[in-house]
Design a protein. Structure first.
Length: 396
């Protein structure tokens, strides 16, 4: 079951991140501005966030089989048709909106809720392993997509990836024991009630009234806003600095690989050293990596780039599993997927804002430095809840 969540995260979010490879060839063919193209990614993230509460509600009512299968089918269809498109609004609809829906249906909202039925004391570790599928998907799919684009063209690449996803949807429906997965671990005792929890269990309304919920929302939103101001244009930035397209895509993939390692180990590290300490250290590493990237823009070199990759990659994915674990543990109950969906929505909304602001700042200034300063400010704000709020600072 844990392996299934890992693979579905790999396919869903990994496919979503391949847009960084498509950005330049589409820009070259159609002549659209960078802000127009990054706004496609922003729509994807915005829809991904807005629909997350509904996906959580759907999971709580229907279970995992049709949520996951439907998500893969939507993704596959969007990618197959994307290879035929000509107008920018077509990309907004398919690569933006439909991909956003599909990624949300195959992502961490259903996975976290499903894992919460099987794990309690080691839930943060299990979520970290499942979450690492995102990074592994980036490692495998971004370079593979660049290979398809370089060897054929971006339209063929979209259609090949879409066909793979449609086959995966059939496998998910027919081959996996979803009834057993959905039943959960019968040995888990009911969780003790927490302060602020209503008699019938947590609801979205009662959760929103807690400082834990508000702190998780602020951290998720500002973290993704800062990160996506950088990562959406990273491949193009490196090409502009003089690195080859394949080298730039490979660097992006290596960052994903390091992110997968950090995501997978974040649960172990948080339980060993503490949640606050782990989150704070990851923010320090990410911000240091962005400062190095500013140096790369001025003095392009492989040594500086490798320092950036190491710092940024190893810290990139640490916060997501920890926030997911805190949310699903604190608000455990029959509505946990719906509650986590509303928290996750702010992560996607922040990513949408960050990717759009990054593109606009590039068009206005003609460079990337202003977007990187914006990212540093956002990440500084994101770190404050785990430093100042007792509910998160002292979480065990």
């Amino acid at each position: 079951m844990l392996g299934t969540c890992f693979v579905l995260n790999l396919l869903g979010r990994g496919i979503g991140d391949t847009y960084t490879v498509f950005l330049q060839p589409i820009e070259r063919e159609f002549g659209w501005s960078r802000s127009q193209l990054t706004s496609v990614y922003s729509i994807y993230l915005l829809v991904n966030g807005c629909i997350a509460p509904f996906i959580g509600f759907m999971f709580d009512r229907t279970g995992p089989r049709w949520v996951y299968a439907g998500g893969l089918a939507i993704l596959g269809s969007a990618f197959v048709f994307a290879g035929l498109l000509q107008n920018i609004w077509h990309f907004y609809l398919l690569v933006g909106a439909m991909v956003g829906i599909g990624v949300s249906m195959t992502g961490m909202v259903p996975a976290s809720a499903l894992l919460a039925r099987w794990y309690r004391s080691r839930l943060s570790i299990a979520i970290g392993i499942a979450f690492s599928g995102v990074g592994v998907g980036t490692v495998l799919l971004v370079p593979f997509t660049q290979y398809l684009v370089s060897g054929w063209d971006w339209r063929t690449a979209y259609q090949v990836l879409g066909s793979v996803l449609l086959v995966a949807a059939v496998v998910v429906v027919l081959a996996l024991p979803w009834k057993r997965f959905a039943a959960g671990n019968p040995a888990l005792a009911p969780a003790a009630r927490k302060e602020g929890e209503a008699e019938g269990g947590w609801t979205v309304h009662t959760a929103m009234r807690t400082s834990t919920y508000r702190g998780l929302v602020l951290t998720f939103f500002c973290t993704s806003m800062g990160m996506f101001a950088v990562v959406v244009q990273l491949v193009v930035f490196l090409i502009d600095c003089g690195f080859s397209p394949l080298a730039a895509a490979t660097v992006f993939g290596v960052i994903g690989m390091l992110s997968a390692i950090s995501v997978m180990s974040s649960g172990f590290v948080a339980e060993r050293f503490g949640y606050r300490q782990t989150v704070t250290a990851s923010f320090a590493g990410t911000m240091s990596g962005i400062l190095v990237l500013l140096c790369v823009s001025a003095w392009p070199s492989w040594p500086l780039l490798l320092v950036f990759v190491f710092l940024f990659g190893l810290c990139m994915g640490v916060r997501g599993p920890i926030i997911s674990s805190v949310c699903t543990r604190h608000f455990a109950g029959p509505r946990v997927a719906t509650i986590y969906g509303t928290v996750y929505a702010t992560n996607a909304l922040g990513a949408a804002v960050g990717s759009l602001v990054g593109g606009v700042l590039h068009d206005v200034t003609g460079g990337y430095a202003t977007a990187y300063v914006f990212a540093l400010v956002s990440l500084s704000v994101a770190a404050t809840p785990f430093l100042l709020l007792p509910a998160l600072r002292d979480f065990r």
